[in-house]
Design a protein around this ligand. Structure first.
Ligand code: AMP
Length: 190
């Protein structure tokens, strides 16, 4: 199995590049943001709790996310070539839980694709996406909060994966195709 984490700030292109990675490598996609948005759309208790955090640019508590991730992972079945984790992990606790969860299932993360994009560009992209995404958190004000959450709680994970020798730094500016070409190489070499 080849398991990939796509890592980067909100607006760094994780969703767009995930789609290309899935097409190329046939990986199963797990986006915790999509999982949470589906919970909100279905009006579940988890959705109701999550929405408050999401609209405020904050992370949903680790315990809620980690619980749901294990069941989403198992729902993908055993006959898959690997998984792309998109928007997860976002904290060190989540990364440690993911390592344990994969180890229990006899597998591991092969590579963490880190999309590096300048901050001004991130805000621009999120506001642009907000015109069509219908996401209540895609506006300038929430984007700034999401970025500060990212720098405080998620960016420390970069070091965590660098130490594990799994972090592949990818320049996330330029054309979608040229960024993907770099990602493809990183995954093939993992
Ligand atoms: P995303 O679609 O990945 O940008 O996620 C949208 C929002 O969902 C985030 O701003 C968080 O509030 C929440 N979220 C998604 N994934 C996670 C996660 N792994 N841990 C905590 N909160 C998350």
């Amino acid at each position: 199995m080849k398991n990939v984490v796509i890592f980067g700030a909100p607006g760094s292109g994780k969703g767009t590049q995930s789609e290309l990675i899935i097409k190329e490598f046939g990986l199963a996609h797990i986006s915790t943001g999509d999982v949470l948005r589906a919970e909100i759309a279905n009006g579940t208790e988890l959705g109701k709790t999550a929405k408050g955090y999401m609209d405020n640019g904050q992370l949903v508590p680790d315990s809620l996310i980690i619980d749901i991730l294990a069941s989403v992972l198992d729902s993908k079945g055993k006959n898959i070539p690997g998984v792309i984790f998109d928007g997860f992990p976002r904290t060190i606790a989540q990364a440690e839980a993911l390592n344990a969860m994969l180890k229990e299932r006899g597998t591991q993360i092969n590579v963490v694709v880190g999309l590096e994009v300048e901050e001004d560009e991130l805000i621009k992209r999120i506001v642009e996406r907000g015109k069509t995404s219908g996401r209540s958190d895609d506006n300038a004000e929430t984007a700034k909060k999401r970025l500060s959450t990212y720098f405080n709680q998620t960016l420390p994970l970069k070091d965590f994966y660098v130490k594990e020798g799994k972090y592949a730094s990818i320049k996330g500016m330029g054309s979608i195709e040229s960024i993907f070409a770099d990602i493809k190489k990183a995954i093939e070499n993992a």
